[in-house]
Design a protein around this ligand. Structure first.
Ligand code: SF4
Ligand code: SF4
Length: 97
């Protein structure tokens, strides 16, 4: 029997060759994971979101290392965003990667 395997992640896509593209998206806080209050703001539509600074990236991103400084407490949305997923590839390509 031949089993066709699909959706194999592209091995060339890793967070280590990315500039944290997905950390420029609006991150909605939909559950309590321990994100510090100082990093949360109310969006223009009234929901809680991660603050972004003028450079576009999430306030919790370390600008030097491009690592999340609140990794253990990062929002649920961040936990669900999969490396090498379709959404990941879209973000990378929109940022020229
Ligand atoms: S998940 Fe994708 S978009 Fe986000 S940092 Fe990793 S490679 Fe970049
Ligand atoms: S909380 Fe962390 S993983 Fe989520 S967008 Fe901000 S820096 Fe990225």
């Amino acid at each position: 029997m031949i089993i066709e395997v699909t959706n194999i992640p592209n091995p060339e896509i890793t967070c280590s060759n990315c500039q944290a593209c997905c950390c420029r998206l609006q991150v909605i806080i939909i559950s309590e994971t321990g994100v510090p209050e100082k990093y949360i703001e109310e969006s223009d539509w009234g929901g809680d979101v991660m603050q972004r600074l003028d450079d576009g990236w999430c306030v919790a991103l370390d600008r030097e290392t491009k690592m999340c400084t609140i990794y253990e407490n990062r929002p649920w949305v961040c936990r669900e965003f999969e490396m090498a997923s379709y959404e990941c590839e879209v973000e990378r390509s929109e940022n020229g990667l």
